[in-house]
Ligand binder design. Sequence first.
Ligand code: ZN
Length: 562
Amino acid sequence: MADAVTRLFPGTKVTIGPAIETGFYYDFDPPRPFTDEDLPAIEAEMQKIIAAGGQFRREEVGRDQAEKLFGGMGETYKLEILSGIAGDAPISLYRHGDSKFVDLCRGPHVGDLSEIKAFKLTSVAGAYWRGDERNPMLSRIYGTAFAAKADLDAHLKMIEEAKKRDHRKLGQQLELFTIDPKIGPGLVLWLPKGGLVRYHIEEFMRRTLLDSGYELVFTPHVSRDELWRISGHLENYKENMFSGLDIEGQTYLVKPMNCPFHCTIFGTRLRSYRELPLRLAELGTVYRYERSGVLGGLLRVRGFTQDDAHLFCRREQQEEELTRTLSLCLRILRAFGFSDYKLFLATRPEKSVGAPELWAESEAALALALEKNGLPFEYDHGGGAFYGPKIDLKLRDAIGREWQCSTIQLDYNLPERFELEYVGPDGQRHRPVMIHRAFFGSVERFFGVLIEHYAGAFPLWLAPVQARVLPVSEEKHRGFADEVVAALKAAGLRAEADYSNEKLGARIRDAQLQKIPYMIVLGDKEVEARTVSPRSRDGKQHEPQKLEDFISRLRQEAQVPA
Ligand code: ZN
């Protein structure tokens, strides 16, 4: 693709072009920004290059030679990349066929051009050089390639489906949330309808946690720097934190995590082993600095609410606690319609705290918890946090995409730093084990995934409006329409009537666009017989039925999952 682009658009500088999960992209600095209209010509040029045939050839060169080559070509970005390659690392070039094109690339590439059987350029986007908004804006071209045409077609169909489900588009269409530049990138405004969905998500979460032996706590958004010094955040995490406020000569920082607060709560008095496990849960809003270039909708944000909890227990309890936590996690995800996931056990990284025996014991405890829940998993060797091993869960949505979601982590670091202790049955003081866990990860991100999973058509218990009443004529049918809405509301259902002046067809279409689960059209027949003929958002027309029967059916369907 880079060869084709530089042939068609002389003067274009090439930058980086990695393989990504669903294909590849390449960032270019062209004389004018690329648009989607440029893609067919680039694809045609790529076809020509492939048709000309030939092999991909790797060549390792010295730094001087590479600098001379790319300097001579005016490829300034490549020179910058070169300067970032460590002195002893190999510098490799790739060429193909008889083309003049040469790229600085780590590789590997396919062996021969003929192996590229099916490809497609999918989109163009602006992207800052190195993801930093102070750098020049580049033109990024996304594409994908497959070994067979049928696989490409299936993939393109999936992309089409994904576009329809884009939570940014649906968030606007369904008035769920917005992000306003004068507030700042990555900071989310939840609109009333999104707020209502969130209320039901959070209520479900809180009730489930209280039923599962958790206790709810609330902690501030800011705290003195002292807290972050003890927790180690100032040392290890400062570049991700929103900077300090100076108040009465003290520096305060905005919290990026809730853990230090929960440790402080544990430490408010000496604990007895009888209190353990102590499970402190908080829907805690945190702020983290992410480069503006990587922010996107609800999936990467700067302010978000974690469904966070910290479990403090004895070493002997850690295995059972992990098993319980994992099974609760799966139960909660199932309630939201997710039952397909992949699990990873991330083990000790190179840089870590805590004795190796402790790590081995804890990794074994995590593995056992997975096995006890009958869950297959893969190891992510060295992928653990520096303070302990963890289980990560990626869920698969309705169209097969994977999303990083839940995490369950063991921590040896914070109990040590906060000098947490409990008195054991032996009368001695002991250090508790600490487990961090989040099931949604962040409420914002989970909501984004939920919108895409359901394509905005939330299950009844989450839908902001569950039924909309559409009188054929306001004049003739308003009385009964008001009665129906009142009866639905009295039964605890979320209902409204549409009395706008639009034609009935337009009002039905609007309800469908809003993905409202049930529409109830009321005309002479219904008013006369005092019945309703509900229509589902998928277009299914139900039999006329008594209002009471409809309500009891709806209440059944709207029940919060167990
Ligand atoms: Zn934590």
